[in-house]
Design a protein around this ligand. Structure first.
Ligand code: NAP
Length: 286
């Protein structure tokens, strides 16, 4: 990213004014921006990365922004501003991983790694779809919070370092149907061990690094499908908001910081302290 740049892709705001010819939005509507300003639906465009908010396009850590009307979407009324602001990246990514190609089915066993923003949203959505969730985490405190959120099984990897074997055990030795792979280099090989024949691994994150060494026979003999997700389109965002509305789901917000204290939010993010999304409240500033 080349500064100067307004950071952040995710936010929510009120429409103040619309330009000539805008018929689908009016002043007062509460909207969130699409993570990719150039991906309305179908397969991603060739120049996808050029349309990403928060770099290379200016993001939303600002009091006022101008968007094309096709670049924003109304958010569900029951959500607070902070909850609605979590949707464009974490929400849409979880949605794409579960309901993109080969949508999740009731009874499917889904292994979700960690308790970051994408994982927490995935737990809510997978549970709503009737899937059985197995979630890994790093401490007993986080494990308790994940259980309270509705995770069916939580594996505390500080107590059970071989979490892949534990995930298999929880499926009666068969293996999970789907993995939301958020860990990257250090977790992918283990995630593969946790799967059943014909399972799919959705590659999403690289929290532990970018370069993974894989034992190919495990992938080949189990006929695993590996596919990646890059957030999602406006159509997928719209589908997510309908599901959130219909099931009155509430994303997890960890903490709110005032606009003037935005650097504190970035520090907390870097330290990995938060359980849930961090919110910077632009109205709460000097
Ligand atoms: N492809 C996409 O479209 C897309 C979209 C959004 C984010 N991402 C990527 O997805 C990843 C997660 O992002 P996020 O914002 O949801 O989460 P985040 O806030 O960055 O948190 C990541 C979580 O990973 C877990 N973790 C840390 N070290 C781990 C390890 N060694 N093994 C397993 N889990 C570990 C931690 O949970 P515990 O402490 O509970 O284990 C932590 O809360 C990032 O790499 C991000 O860049 C990709």
């Amino acid at each position: 990213m080349q500064p100067p740049l307004i950071p952040l892709s995710d936010g929510v705001g009120i429409v103040r004014e619309t330009g000539p010819g805008v018929t689908d939005l009016k002043p007062g509507d509460r909207v969130a921006p699409c993570f990719f300003q150039n991906w309305e639906g179908g397969p991603p465009p060739e120049d996808l990365e050029a349309g990403r908010l928060g770099g290379p396009l200016d993001g939303v850590l600002a009091t006022h922004r101008v968007f094309p009307s096709r670049g924003v979407l109304r958010v569900p009324d029951h959500l607070t501003d902070a909850e609605a602001a979590t949707l464009p990246c974490a929400g849409v990514t979880a949605w794409s991983a579960l309901f993109g190609e080969r949508p999740v089915r009731p009874g499917e066993r889904v292994l979700i790694l960690g308790s970051g923003g994408v994982a927490l949203m995935a737990i809510l959505l997978a549970r709503t779809a009737g899937a059985e969730t197995i979630v890994t985490t790093s401490s007993p405190e986080r494990a308790a919070k994940l259980s309270a959120l509705g995770a069916d099984h939580v594996i505390d990897r500080s107590a059970k370092p071989d979490w892949a074997a534990e995930a298999r055990r929880l499926t009666g030795g068969r293996g999970v149907d789907r993995v939301l792979e958020l860990g990257g280099a250090a977790t992918l090989g283990h995630a593969i061990r946790a799967t059943r024949t014909g399972a799919q691994i959705i590659l999403i994150g690289n929290v532990t690094g970018n370069t993974a060494e894989l034992f190919l026979p495990a992938i080949l003999t189990r006929q695993l499908a590996l596919r990646s997700v890059s957030v999602g389109s406006k159509d997928q965002f719209a589908a997510l908001t309908r599901a959130i509305d219909r099931h009155a789901l509430r994303p997890v917000v960890a903490a709110r910081h005032a606009f003037d204290a935005a650097p504190d939010a970035f520090r907390a993010l870097e330290a990995g302290e938060a359980f849930g999304n961090l919110c910077i409240d632009i109205a709460a500033s000097g």
